[in-house]
Design a protein around this ligand. Structure first.
Ligand code: ZN
Ligand code: ZN
Length: 487
């Protein structure tokens, strides 16, 4: 058995790992898109080169999807185009979301041709196999010497997200006829765990991930391998404070957010803030009473509906609110923008009216999507606040805005959006505690709380510092184990 990485090693995007079971059989775990400048490619501006499936898929027996963020699933159409015909396993919720995500990705990044999109989605749906959490699924392998089964466990990252346990019985590890000494035979069973993206404890809406009972080999993400988050109370308070400060000058608050996951978390917390404010006597005079909260994304609206459909996957707190008659993902001041025309009109309207508003739009790293038009319009405006609630990968516009926004007495620099040079006069704020990723302590606990701990850990999905820092922590925890940084 060996593991080959086709992404998410020089950064956090492009997740795609190939588990070679033997020479006839392999599995793919995720098949994501690169974002920013993360693909280690001399020609990193060549988008086609980044998308192409540049590895042999002839042994791939199944694709296992941990969750439907674009940097974990975005290359699926290219995998299908390359001739992959095997099953695509995902949790039931992920399977419901995936066609929406892929359809959107195709529309935005590849083609407007409806029949091509339809054909691709049809293929995808034919190959998708939804699985329940916590149930083993046996995989079909070529030849009967090796066998494999998989099981999804809740990862608490976004709706439907999972880490996957893969039980292998390896042909090479079976005692051969020539090998009379049975003690020499290695244990035939091997459990490989791919973490996917792990959620943070106390994240809104979804329950925190529980560690697996056992892992022999663990492939783990390390997005926040060198950082610990602010606690949840601070974070909600922080969100409230920043918004309250931001709206004083009647400017807009722009929140770049992935349509899936982050947007729903934000709505959930905004509803909580508003619910608390309602109890206060001065609520009707406060801006919270009538501020417009705009979700400018038809996709986000669809995903929010899926979050509501799968409410049995919510955590206890969210379920309690629901049963007390509240609607954690919808409230009066919430507006959803659908058509492109409506989107453009909204920007025009907001630019003219000089009244505060909170706008949530994708993409989360400002690398595309409707947030770009808002940034183009409002970034040069001093009254604007850009609020980052997620990780900004190197080379993304989001990272640049964080870097070039005015700081103290230092005036802002500039960024390029669609080739246009734009001065950043807007204030930029970052709330790290919002992340849907486990922090360093969370990643340590994930391993610490396993009954049978891995003797091999491969660290992926993080910047260099994060991976190195997490590696040192794991080495302390498991001095005997082989801890490697995936390459
Ligand atoms: Zn993710
Ligand atoms: Zn990820």
């Amino acid at each position: 058995m060996r593991i080959e990485h086709h992404g998410a090693v020089n950064g956090v995007t492009g997740s795609c790992h190939q588990l070679h079971i033997d020479k006839h059989n392999s599995l793919l775990i995720d098949c994501g898109l690169f974002q920013g400048t993360e693909k280690d490619n001399t020609d990193s501006n060549d988008i086609e080169a980044q998308l192409v499936i540049d590895f042999d898929i002839s042994t791939v027996k199944a694709l296992i999807v941990t969750h439907c963020h674009i940097d974990h699933v975005g290359r699926i159409p290219y995998l299908l185009a390359a001739g992959f015909k095997g099953p695509i396993y995902a949790t039931t919720a992920t399977a419901a979301l995936l066609p929406l995500v892929i359809e959107d990705a195709l529309k935005v990044g590849v083609t407007r041709n409806k029949s091509i999109i339809r054909a691709c989605i049809k293929l995808l749906k034919n190959q998708l196999v939804p699985l329940d959490y916590k149930k083993w699924q046996r995989l079909d392998l070529l030849n009967n010497h090796s066998s494999a089964k998989i099981k999804f466990q809740m990862a608490g990252h976004i709706l439907g997200s999972a880490y996957v346990e893969i039980d292998l019985t390896l042909a090479s590890a079976l005692p051969s006829a020539l090998d009379k000494d049975e003690n020499k035979a290695k244990p035939a069973k091997h459990r490989v765990v791919f973490s996917g993206d792990l959620g943070a404890p106390y994240a809104p809406l979804l329950p925190a991930p529980k560690s697996p009972y056992r892992a022999d080999t663990l492939i783990i993400e390390s997005t926040y391998g060198d950082k610990n988050h602010q606690n949840r109370k601070d974070r909600t308070k922080c969100l409230q404070n920043i918004i309250e400060k931001a709206v004083q000058d009647n400017g807009v608050v722009l929140i770049p957010a992935f349509s899936i996951g982050r947007t729903q978390e934000l709505l959930y917390e905004l509803e909580q803030i508003i619910h608390k404010q309602k109890q206060r006597p001065k609520y009707r005079n406060s801006f919270w009473h009538n501020i417009d909260i705009i979700v400018d994304s038809p996709m986000a609206a669809k995903f929010t509906q899926q979050y509501i459909n799968f409410k049995e996957l919510w955590d206890k707190e969210a379920k309690r609110e629901l049963s007390s008659g509240r609607h954690p993902l919808s409230f009066e001041q919430l507006y959803t923008i659908n058509s492109h025309q409506e989107h453009l009109q909204t920007i025009e309207y907001l630019a003219k009216r000089k009244k505060p508003a909170i706008i949530i739009a994708a993409s989360g790293m400002c690398s595309g999507g409707r947030i770009l038009n808002y940034l183009k319009q409002f970034l040069q405006d001093k009254t604007t606040d850009v609020l980052f609630v997620g990780y900004q990968a190197k080379g993304t516009l989001g990272r640049d805005i964080q870097k070039y926004a005015p700081k103290g007495n230092k005036p802002g620099g500039y960024v390029y959006i669609d080739g246009k040079k734009i001065t950043v006069n807007a204030n930029a704020e970052t709330i790290s505690g919002y992340s849907a990723h486990a922090d360093q302590q969370g990643l340590i606990n994930f391993v610490k709380r396993m009954r049978i701990k891995p003797h091999h850990i491969l660290i992926v999905h993080g910047d260099e510092e994060a991976k190195a820092s997490l590696k040192a922590q794991y080495q302390l925890l498991l001095p005997e184990a082989l801890i490697e940084i995936g390459q």
